[in-house]
Design a binder for this molecule. Structure first.
Ligand code: MN
Length: 249
């Protein structure tokens, strides 16, 4: 099995190293990753400047573009053949609820799905990234099951979040839905040393809500959250109602 690994934290991130190492026990791995931090770049594509790719001493393709660029470059140009599976992560931080709309890690997995390559995004909801190494064996076991399925549902990706506990403390795996994040103080207004104001997005403490099956509940309770996502955002149940508006020229 040929596995493409990528991320949005950059090619030097510990999470990517741990992911690639786990994936190597399951097949032939190629790593194609951004040359720098690309978190929260979502599904952006670099089309107004050239993109460069180089190969690091340990064989990683390093791309000066977004996670989406990396997947497109990998499949269309850099790799000898189309990968059988794409793994994105392990992201340094959670990707739950609306996070999936901003995340470059999830977008890379989505891009693979668009191209027709089955994929999963994996994120660690804790902040002790230097301990991600300990997750290797657990990750390997989980990936072995996911990649070992006879058929992977088309137009679908899995969004996996690891709880902020030690791997020995994980209680199990739950299949979940996306929760909803409520940000408090989403923008901070600060003065710079010269007294001019500027703004900082994010960083506020967020609260969550959502149903019993929501992703954040699973990780809060010490479970690995696995959310199946599809890319068709159409609200089929609303089509009839909007037709009733009789929009016309
Ligand atoms: Mn990230």
């Amino acid at each position: 099995m040929k596995i493409l690994c990528t991320n949005d934290d950059g090619y030097m991130a510990e999470g990517l190293r741990v992911l690639a190492e786990a994936a190597r026990t399951l097949g032939e791995v190629n790593v194609v990753a951004p040359d720098r931090e690309q978190s929260a770049t979502s599904h952006s594509l670099t089309i107004h400047r050239p993109i460069r790719a180089r190969r690091s001493a340990d064989g990683v393709y390093v791309v000066d573009g977004t996670p989406t660029d990396c997947v497109i470059m990998a499949v269309n140009e850099l790799l000898a053949s189309t990968p059988d599976f794409c793994l994105s992560g392990v992201n340094h931080g959670s990707n739950m609820g609306e996070d999936v709309l901003y995340s470059g890690t999830v977008a890379a997995a989505m891009e693979a799905t668009v191209i027709g390559v089955p994929s999963a995004a994996i994120s660690y909801t804790g902040d002790e990234f230097e301990t991600l190494d300990h997750w290797g064996p657990l990750l390997e076991g989980l990936l072995r099951q996911i990649l070992g399925q006879d058929t992977f549902p088309p137009h679908t990706l899995l969004n996996v979040n690891l709880p902020a506990v030690a791997p020995e403390g994980v209680r199990g795996v739950r299949i979940t839905s996306l929760g909803r994040r409520r940000y408090a103080d989403a923008i901070t207004r600060i003065l710079d040393p010269r007294g001019r104001e500027h703004f900082w997005i994010g960083g506020g403490i967020s609260a969550w809500n959502g149903g019993r099956e929501a992703d954040f509940r699973a990780v809060q309770e010490g479970f690995i959250s696995v959310t199946p996502l599809h890319l068709d955002l159409t609200s089929y149940e609303l089509m009839e109602e909007i037709r009733g508006w009789n929009l016309a020229l």
